[in-house]
Design a protein around this ligand. Structure first.
Ligand SMILES: C[S@@+](CC[C@H](N)C(=O)[O-])C[C@H]1O[C@@H](n2cnc3c(N)ncnc32)[C@H](O)[C@@H]1O
Length: 195
């Protein structure tokens, strides 16, 4: 985490605590865990709620080309920072719950979705709209990676069942403030082995 990112993050949190839902950007240990399955061969990646771009930087470090990144961020200041930091990516200033109608890419085109969205502070209808909007863009073997500070997956069992999805716990980044757990969410049915 860059020290210069803490001030804009804290400001955004003061202005809108439910939307930002963290007082500082994620640390490197969490970024490492969130992007562990992803490499240069993953193809296009959609990132939801990138904030100052901690996971974005980790994705580029994994070999994902900037031009293969679509960044969906509703915070205007964060979106501006992302445009400067990742000029070859596509930054979409929008609510992730509106993805279904936004035609951000072709159906089945994405290899992965990386989400820093604060799902626990959103109403269930909004979480449902986000997941239902994202999965049609993912390849059949694609996955969504979501972190949480809570004790269980932030997508309820009932919602996963309704959408035909499953969630696997990948691990906990203890060296994050606060510690955070990452889930891999995929379609049900046979899935390829993840590294
Ligand atoms: C907990 S912060 C995570 C930021 C960054 N990924 C990190 O881990 O440091 C949540 C981010 O999601 C963004 N966000 C919240 N609700 C959103 C929505 N509905 N659509 C798009 N972005 C949203 C916030 O502006 C903020 O950048």
């Amino acid at each position: 985490m860059s020290a210069t990112d803490i001030v804009p993050f804290l400001r955004a949190w003061v202005a809108n605590p439910l939307q930002v839902a963290a007082i500082a950007p994620s640390g490197n240990a969490l970024a490492e865990l969130m992007t562990r399955d992803i490499s240069a061969t993953t193809g296009p990646v959609l990132e939801l709620g990138p904030g100052t771009g901690v996971f974005t930087r980790a994705l580029v470090g994994r070999g994902v080309r900037e031009s293969n990144l679509i960044l969906v961020e509703s915070g205007a200041r964060f979106a501006g920072m992302l445009e400067v930091r990742f000029p070859e990516s596509r930054v979409l200033r929008m609510d992730a719950a509106r993805l279904a109608r936004a035609h951000v890419c072709r159906r089945g085109e994405l290899g992965a979705v990386v989400s820093g969205l604060p799902l626990l502070s959103m109403p269930p209808r909004k979480v449902m709209a986000i997941l239902a909007g994202v999965f049609p863009y993912l390849r059949s073997d694609g996955a969504m990676y979501q972190f949480t500070y809570g004790p269980r997956c932030p997508v309820s069992r009932r919602m996963l069942d309704r959408l035909g999805l499953r969630a696997q716990r990948m691990g906990t980044a203890l060296m994050n403030m606060p510690p955070a757990t990452v889930y891999r969410i995929t379609r049900r049915g046979p899935q390829p082995m993840h590294r």
